[in-house]
Design a binder for this molecule. Structure first.
Ligand code: ZN
Length: 202
């Protein structure tokens, strides 16, 4: 496409507050790894660092209320086909593959390694959520329209409720961010919350 096409973002609903029963709710932190979140990373997302603090506050709230915390960790090995699309990134065992220090998983958290955009594809995530009786997922992390959206979609298709706080996700463009929020709200009937401060675990 040559030049710029101006489009309007269709309406989607943003709420200020949502109450979620802690025992039936999991926070899923998607791919907050050095390669994506640290400026020295191989696939740095410039808006990702500003989500670290909100995610940290969300995790503190979740853990103290007794909600379970999951992480997805994008993981690739030699000659992964994704390297042809994105270049080498999050190679297993490297610094770039590690979750950022500020959000380091705590004892009791569960880290799920994944090889594609969808946190459910080829992983035990669905089984683990079911084992723990989870009905609601609060999904944060990066990249909004890639791994966050694929994971949110996959959760919604399995009938988990999806909740996304806007300050907990990051994208490469505003278009990608709004497309993600619109898709989650309009198609998957997910709840978009203005900020992590509006999420209450009961
Ligand atoms: Zn990848």
């Amino acid at each position: 496409m040559a030049g710029k096409l101006l489009v309007e973002v269709p309406e989607y609903e943003v709420v200020e507050r949502v109450d979620l029963p802690a025992r039936e709710t999991a926070v899923i932190v998607v791919d907050m790894q050095n390669d994506f979140v640290n400026p020295k990373g191989r696939l740095f997302v410039p808006t990702a660092p500003k989500t670290v603090e909100p995610i940290k506050r969300l995790l503190e709230k979740a853990r103290s209320a007794g909600a379970r915390v999951f992480y997805t960790q994008d993981t690739h090995y030699d000659d992964d086909p994704e390297y042809r699309i994105w270049g080498e990134h999050v190679r297993y065992g490297t610094w770039g593959w590690q979750i950022v220090d500020e959000l380091k998983p705590q004892p009791g958290d569960i880290v799920v390694m994944k090889t594609r955009y969808d946190g459910f594809y080829g992983t035990p995530l669905d089984d683990l959520l079911r084992v723990y009786g989870i009905k609601n997922t609060v999904i944060v992390g990066t990249v909004a329209n890639i791994c966050v959206l694929h994971t949110a979609a996959s959760a919604a298709l399995r009938w988990y409720k999806v909740v996304i706080p806007i300050d907990g996700i990051s994208a490469l463009t505003d278009f990608d961010l709004h497309a993600t929020l619109r898709q989650v709200n309009w198609l998957y009937k997910g709840i978009i919350v203005r900020s992590v401060e509006g999420i209450n675990f009961t």
